[in-house]
Design a protein around this ligand. Structure first.
Ligand code: ADP
Ligand code: MG
Length: 355
């Protein structure tokens, strides 16, 4: 028997390509929200208000008081690779802002209903626009897609509704809205601790109780108190470490030897972007092992600033993973510093109980 004739190779339609790309960047509602928070902070906002419905699957809304978006830019706002933050490939190595490749809003517009209300300082009114598949669309059938002037205050409000409405397989993968909401609170809590000078609120739609509230003028310790409670906020020590050779500086607040919980809380920011690092987590846990009872774990808020030339941020569209040079050396210096701080607190305590 002859082998079957090969199936012909065909290009996927642009629509399918866009949806696949979007689904790689936005796996869960929290990933869309992270992009929106970073955009708001990039725009110089000092106040962020976040409202969530059904774990973000029904509604993600974020209102900021930042620069706003020019009316002239609204037409291309949600096109792929449109950005105000990056012009040449070389810029990738010295990028100071969070976002950098203009994919977030485009992606969201392919897998959700997206609307934007925005006002710049120079504009006499706000503008409201709706997006679908990267383009301006009418808010209702029969209307024009052009942005409409409305009253509004300075800044930008982004509303994302019915996330994954056109990706039923992804939509079905979500087990519970409360699980997604918990991920969202975790993320907002991280930025609320890190972004000094910025107020944050986050709540469920229709709920009068705030999930998170942090005023703009709160100190870092007060931010940790608001988000994680006094139990940990009263047991923190500040540390700083830097090294010119490895091109980094870091500072943060870590729990002392009196504080111990079942799971490590690591709030890690590299160049002001919330990231994960299992290497840093492992090393810090080892550092604490000699100070805490068996099975006890610390709280760590660590902000690491690394010379942008030494960081590779162009790893993966989700940007959850960040690689940098001399990782081992940098981690060792940080852990040494934490060890020294923990030791100091230990001896002062022993001294106090003696006297
Ligand atoms: P990127 O952040 O990588 O530039 P995005 O798709 O996230 O790409 O955003 C595209 C552009 O839209 C940004 O470069 C910025 O100019 C503008 N923008 C998005 N969100 C806001 C906001 N909240 N305030 C002001 N401008 C915004
Ligand atoms: Mg962005």
């Amino acid at each position: 028997q002859l082998p079957e004739a090969p199936r012909r190779i065909k290009a996927l339609s642009q629509d399918v390509v866009n949806k696949i790309a979007a689904g790689e960047i936005i796996v869960a509602p929290v990933h869309a929200l992270k992009e929106l928070i970073e955009n708001a902070v990039d725009a110089g906002s000092t106040g962020l208000e976040i409202v969530i419905k059904d774990g973000g699957l029904k509604l993600l809304q974020i209102t900021d008081n930042g620069s706003g978006i020019d009316r002239e830019d609204l037409a291309i706002l949600c096109e792929r690779f449109t950005t105000s933050k990056l012009k040449a490939f070389e810029d990738l190595t010295s990028i100071g802002t969070y976002g950098f490749r203009g994919e977030a809003l485009a992606s969201i517009s392919h897998i959700a209903h997206l609307s934007v209300t925005t006002k710049t300082n120079g504009s006499s009114c706000a503008w409201r626009a709706h997006y679908g598949d990267g383009k301006l669309v009418p808010s209702k059938p029969g209307q024009t897609a052009e942005p409409k002037p409305i009253a509004g205050r300075q800044g930008t409000q982004i509303t994302v509704e019915d996330l994954f409405y056109n990706v039923p397989s992804r939509r079905r993968a979500f087990r519970s809205a409360s699980e997604e909401y918990a991920k969202i609170l975790d993320l907002v809590g991280r930025y609320a601790v890190h972004c000094a000078g910025v107020s944050f609120t986050c709540k469920k739609h229709g709920d009068s109780n705030m999930g998170i509230t942090v005023p703009a003028n709160a100190s870092t310790v007060d931010r940790i108190r608001q988000v994680h409670g006094s139990g940990v906020a009263n047991e923190l020590i500040q540390f700083k470490a830097s090294n010119d050779r490895w091109g980094f500086k870091s500072d943060g607040w870590v729990s002392n030897a009196n504080y111990s919980v079942k799971r490590t809380a690591l709030l890690l920011f590299i160049n002001h972007r919330s990231v994960e690092s299992s290497n840093i987590k492992k090393a810090v846990e080892q550092t604490y092992a000699t100070f805490l009872p068996k099975g006890g774990h610390p709280f760590i808020y660590l902000s690491l600033e690394i010379d942008p030339h030494r960081v590779d941020v162009n790893v993966h569209p989700t940007k959850r993973e960040v690689n940098f040079l001399n990782e081992d050396e940098i981690i060792e210096i940080i852990c040494d510093e934490i060890r020294t701080s923990l030791g100091k607190v230990d001896t002062s305590r022993a001294f106090m109980t003696q006297s």
